[in-house]
Design a protein around this ligand. Structure first.
Ligand code: NAD
Length: 256
């Protein structure tokens, strides 16, 4: 599936969690739209594959940045290198995240809690802390943070994940107000159940398995990573110029 056309020529995009799933599809979509793209992830191998796919498309050569979004030094270095190599940072997708093993709230270990909140929520915070000053200096930019259907409603067995993803929306909305007059737009996207490695792992452990996941989607199928990428590219585009502080649900009706 391809993402509908946008023009990102002359712009620089930065994507975390770019080694897999939704992040890879969004990085590819930015590159196909003409952006120079910086790819950040823990997985050097996965990044190399995303960069290969971008090169195979004949797009600008991507910058690969091995980076743990929970580590402030890594994040500052990745964003700094992007601006050093490409001169600016216009469109950002802070997307890295990890799933929670299904289980009741009191069964969550402190270390799992810290990891899940650390990657999804603290990671988005650290990324924005590094990205926004460059955007303010250059006169603007657009950030999309990844939340989830679990950012707008509770899910049984998902207390830590839902807490992280609700937190991403609070962070997004508040920061959007802080930087609205700097022409820095900050939004969130809330995917439903999207066919990625994460969902394949999650479906293996969840009661009802993959059939149960499809049954949770009123539209009768799982979403595709490109369908989330499409929303991210629109939010970061000039077409989204009056949209800031929103949490856009892309979920086949799952949370309706
Ligand atoms: P995925 O597992 O396919 O990809 C996630 C990527 O994040 C991986 O490449 C992984 O290496 C990277 N990552 C994990 N921890 C990291 C860290 N500390 N630093 C840097 N990179 C790290 O997952 P996906 O399904 O593509 O999910 C992407 C995002 O979308 C996640 O935040 C997820 O919570 C969210 N989301 C996914 C779904 C879904 O159904 N797939 C639904 C709602 C929200």
């Amino acid at each position: 599936m391809t993402v509908p056309p946008h023009d990102y020529n002359g712009r620089v995009a930065f994507v975390t969690g770019a080694a897999s799933g939704i992040g890879r599809a969004t990085a590819l979509a930015f590159a196909r739209a003409g952006a120079q793209v910086a790819l950040a992830d823990l997985s050097a191998e996965g990044l190399a594959e995303t960069a290969r796919l971008i090169a195979a498309d004949g797009a600008h050569q991507a910058l690969t940045l091995t980076c743990d979004v929970t580590n402030e030094h890594d994040v500052q270095a990745a964003v700094g290198k992007t601006v050093e190599d490409f001169g600016r940072i216009d469109a950002v997708f802070n997307n890295a995240g990890i799933e929670q093993p299904v289980g009741p709230a009191t069964g969550i270990t402190k270390s799992d809690w810290d990891r899940i909140i650390g990657v999804s929520l603290t990671g988005a915070f650290l990324c924005m802390k590094a990205q926004i000053p460059h955007m303010v200096r250059q006169g603007g930019g657009a950030i999309v943070n990844v939340s989830s259907g679990a950012g707008v409603k509770g899910f049984k067995g998902q207390a830590a994940y839902a807490a992280a993803k609700h937190g991403v929306i609070g962070l997004t909305k508040s920061a959007a107000l802080d930087y609205a007059t700097d022409n820095v737009r900050i939004n969130a996207v809330c995917p439903g159940i999207i066919e990625t490695e994460m969902i394949r792992r999650f479906g293996d452990t969840r009661p009802g398995g993959h059939e149960g996941l499809i049954a949770d989607e009123p539209i009768g199928r799982l979403g595709k990573p490109e369908e989330v990428a499409s929303a991210v590219l629109w939010l970061c585009s000039d077409g989204g110029a009056f949209t800031t502080g929103t949490a856009l649900v892309v979920d086949g009706g799952q949370t309706t």
